[in-house]
Design a protein around this ligand. Sequence first.
Ligand code: MLT
Length: 315
Amino acid sequence: MSKPFIVVSDGMDSGVFSDLRNTDGLEVHPEKKVSQEELKTLLPKVEGLIIRSATSPDKAFLDAAPNLKYIIRAGEGTDNIDKAYCQEKGIKVSNTPGANNNSAAEHALALMMTTLRHTANADKSMKNNEWNKAAFTGNELWNKTVGIIGFGRIGQLLCKRLQGFEPQVLFFDPGVSESPFPWAKKVDSVEEIFKTADVISLHTPLIDATRGMVNYDLMSKMKPSAILVNAARGKIVNEDDLYKILSEKKIKGAGFDVFAEEPLGESKLRELENIVLTPHLGGSTEEAQFRVGEMAAHQMKEFFLNNKLLNEVGA
Ligand code: MLT
């Protein structure tokens, strides 16, 4: 009997990948990362697929994969998968909930600190043989009001990791009825956070209600001294409006890890001094990649070898 053919398209921890490759009963493609061109050639045969954010199974992709039965998003967000079409075609979808959340929360914290203390610009200037203390006077995080929009696993972890900075934490999340932490206060609207917080961090999934939610009107409610951090999903923020508000210097700065289109192309955001940009590094730590890989590999084995579907994500 032929073995289910598995492809890992966007990279995986090497040790976890070789364990998966050595699993009896599965035929795993020998490369742990394949180009999108190569992936196209594998689609007619693939039965199980493990992806991160670089692969986006849309209708055309799924139609080209007639034998595909199971997609695992090694990570949290599944917005890069056409889940409704997967459901129509009987293709199951899972993610690896929680496995990279600490890294994502820590990256949001890193973006906050870098934006507040101008560390990235100061580093660039030092490498340019300068010593320009005056240009990089920053602000403290200690004792500030931090607003967290989206208080799921990552938002809550960020709230815990922030504790040492003794902030006042406000959060908005219609799905969380009361605050799980005495130092965090639930508020009733996103506007309240935009009006009052010194640091705003986005942690919602990309859904209809959050797509384009952060626009010029909302950002213009921010204090001129406030900063905005996005390590969630690019499309939550209107990027033209973000450019406008930052170039008009209506807010102090921003730290962004995610963008409407990834990889980020020739964006005007790249020209601004008051934004720190990183290439979707939220889940990119060795620790997180080990955990997501291990969980994804386990789920793949359970699905094909034990007929068990773990951490299914619905349409
Ligand atoms: C996720 O959804 O898991 C994060 O954005 C991190 C990632 O894609 O690597």
